[in-house]
Design a protein around this ligand. Sequence first.
Ligand code: IMP
Length: 197
Amino acid sequence: MKLVLASKNEKKLAEMNDILSHLGIEVCSEAEAGVDLEVEETGTTFEENSLLKARAVMEASGLPAIADDSGLCVDCLNGAPGVYSARYGGGELSDEERYRLLLNNMRGQMTRAAKFVSVITCCFPNGDVLSARGECPGTIAYAPMGEGGFGYDPVFFVPELKKTFAQLAPDEKNAISHRGKALEAFKEKLEEYLNGM
Ligand code: IMP
């Protein structure tokens, strides 16, 4: 089965294929499906934005479409940047400028608990919708560490592993990440759904 990923993020595409290929599912890019959409994320929850993106790409491509809406929620910032993670500090900032802004906004904070959240939604052309959520708890480091991953990975520290997400190999990150957990939950729902067809 082929799903179109409602995102232009190549790293997300790779992470999804790593996890879903075991189910015989191929996730292709919007470009491969001949779609080029900028879906406005007008929702205030990960669930709403995930649905908005998946539905728009399913309608434009005529194929089942999968979206991940994800972000970083920091306790001492009342859950910010949350659904605004990709736009935190403005759309024009680089990933590095964005996580440095986060570190600045947390200067002097000793309580550094945070979590990554991912909500995966898949919309089918017949109107069916499957959705799953995953969370990964951690803390925000005092300085960036590691070169891997993307986004806030260099400052997201996993205490059990004593490493940031950016210091983990892709397999290690997928095994514990918010997206890995959401995709595992999604995989189970999809298997049930496909068996019931
Ligand atoms: P989305 O594409 O609207 O879901 O934006 C999610 C944003 O949250 C990304 O642009 C990143 O800034 C951040 N984010 C989500 N997942 C991750 C991750 O696994 N590592 C680092 N940052 C992430």
